[in-house]
Design a protein around this ligand. Structure first.
Ligand code: ADP
Length: 249
């Protein structure tokens, strides 16, 4: 069984999976892909021989045309898909070796934001965000303590009691970011988070992600919005035909 220990991350506590079988030495890297490939069951080769290193605290954009393999790459990082070749190491864990409880504990340390928000329509903003901590067994007091600063950070304190249908697309995406970060994960993955948004709302979302990065989170964002990427000046890699190309350092 893995042991769960408390660590300090920014100003908050979070749980950390420690297991001698799966834990890799601390290298200062949050993500390592080593000769990683993914072939789906139908024989489709989505990713070919990828090598990538992302440092702790880095902000990385992954660009590339639709169907090039960006989502597949992120799915490998949070263990939704397994590599068919090579290794995927995230926050010191060899992701493919994690199963059951170990995989669940590992995923608690990853915040994920999707293009389509994935909010629960019958729950308010506050409830949609709190549900993550409820599932992890946090006390009501601790949930209340975390809710206010998290909603404030994404600019939605005044919408805490609204339902998703009462919000704009940009606001819904900000709820999904609040939900992804309320457990203070050290890494945040965002898969086309601005894909359904206009330029102003897209920029607001990126600014929130940059703020989280400033506070210490490693942030990895997939997008095909070249203009947005250029505006930010962060490191960029591109996926083309299942291969990774370095665009900027
Ligand atoms: P992107 O995120 O860049 O649009 P994806 O990672 O979603 O690309 O998909 C990469 C390729 O893998 C596409 O050709 C897609 O059709 C294929 N693909 C994605 N998921 C599966 C799956 N579960 N089974 C088979 N092929 C898949």
């Amino acid at each position: 069984m893995p042991t769960v220990v408390s660590q300090k991350a920014t100003s908050d506590k979070f749980t950390h999976v420690q297991d001698s079988d799966t834990q890799q030495p601390n290298t200062g890297l949050m993500v390592q892909l080593r000769s990683t490939a993914k072939t789906y069951f139908n024989g489709h080769k989505a990713l070919l021989d990828m090598n990538l290193e992302v440092k702790q605290g880095e902000f990385l954009f992954i660009t590339g045309p639709s169907g090039s393999g960006k989502s597949t790459l992120l799915k490998l990082l949070y263990g939704e898909e397994l590599p068919t070749q090579g290794k995927v190491i995230v926050d010191g864990c060899d992701v493919a070796s994690l199963r059951g409880d170990r995989l669940s504990l590992f995923r608690r340390r990853i915040g994920i934001v999707f293009q389509d928000y994935k909010l629960i329509p019958q729950r308010t903003v506050a409830e949609n965000v709190a549900v993550v901590l409820q599932a992890q067994g946090y006390t009501r007091k601790e949930i209340q303590r975390r809710l206010e600063p998290t909603l404030k950070l994404v600019g939605l304190l005044n919408k805490a009691d609204c339902f998703p249908e009462q919000l704009s697309g940009g606001e819904q995406q900000r709820v999904s970011i609040a939900r992804a970060i309320i457990a203070t994960p050290p890494i945040l993955l965002a898969d086309e988070p601005t894909g359904n948004l206009d330029p102003d709302n897209s920029w607001q979302i990126i600014q929130i992600l940059q703020k989280l990065n400033f506070f210490g989170a490693t942030v990895i964002v997939t997008t095909h919005d070249e203009q947005l990427v250029r505006r930010c000046g962060h490191r960029v890699v591109q996926v083309r035909n299942g291969r990774l190309h370095q665009i900027s350092q």
